[in-house]
Design a protein around this ligand. Structure first.
Ligand SMILES: [Fe+2]
Length: 235
């Protein structure tokens, strides 16, 4: 199911929601002139549907991390369409794709191996479960030190970069953020926006994400670990 579409110059970004009955994970089709690349592939059928409906030819798949809701449909799509995927194990690098440049970089922490895909010319970044609008993913194999350093890297991107994560957990994330700091005005505004335009609140420019997301405000790995633990036990 295509949940939203955004335009960046000659590029269109389709937000495809997969696994709606369980995780409601976001996969992304970045498209230009009938060609598309896919970022994460949790389920094949909704991807095939979107490609067919939009009359798109898939050329590549980029994977942020190897959780089932991000890779579960990958083999089926690869086999049927004969496309290759770029695993998060591939070294960080800058490469040409779909007529633009993509820079991959390590954002491990949620898992021991996670990659972000940054498109500097389009000012967008795909971060998997490293940032999930208003919070971050759980520590599920990586270390707090890794996760903290990964967030520091993302924070170095230009402020206008729009951050596309793996899920919409904004209401829960906002409740947690406001329990940590009831004066978090940026989060209060975001929650208001969420009522009328949910995805505009979930996919924010980095500048706003930094103001509302308490995990982007910690100063050390220890502080990150404590906050993440607090959220694990929240609600
Ligand atoms: Fe994940």
């Amino acid at each position: 199911m295509i949940r939203a579409r955004y335009r960046f110059g000659e590029y269109e970004l389709l937000v495809v929601q997969v696994l709606q009955s369980t995780y409601g994970t976001f996969n992304y089709l970045l498209c230009k002139k009938g060609q598309a690349i896919l970022i994460d592939c949790g389920e094949a059928a909704p991807i095939f549907q979107a490609l067919e409906k939009e009359n798109l030819q898939l050329t590549d798949i980029l994977i942020t991390h190897n959780h089932g809701d991000h890779v579960g449909g990958c083999r089926e799509v690869q086999d049927r369409l004969g496309v290759q995927s770029i695993s998060p194990a591939v070294e960080s690098r800058e490469f040409p794709i779909l007529g633009t440049t993509c820079r991959s970089f390590d954002v491990s922490g949620h898992l021991p191996l996670c990659k972000a895909y940054y498109f500097p010319m389009l000012k967008i970044v795909f971060v998997g479960d490293t940032i999930i609008g208003g919070a971050v993913g759980r520590l599920m194999g990586g270390t707090a030190e890794q996760f903290f350093q990964s967030l520091e890297k993302i924070k170095q991107l230009p402020d206008e970069t729009i951050v596309f994560g793996g899920h919409d957990y904004l209401e829960d994330n906002a409740a947690f953020a406001l329990s940590v700091n009831p004066e978090n005005e940026a989060m209060k505004k975001l929650l208001e926006l969420y009522k009328s335009e949910p995805l505009a609140a979930v996919f924010q420019p980095l500048e706003k994400e930094k103001k509302s997301n308490p995990f982007l405000q910690v100063q050390s790995a220890d502080e990150f670990a404590a906050l993440r633990k607090r959220k694990d036990h929240f609600g």
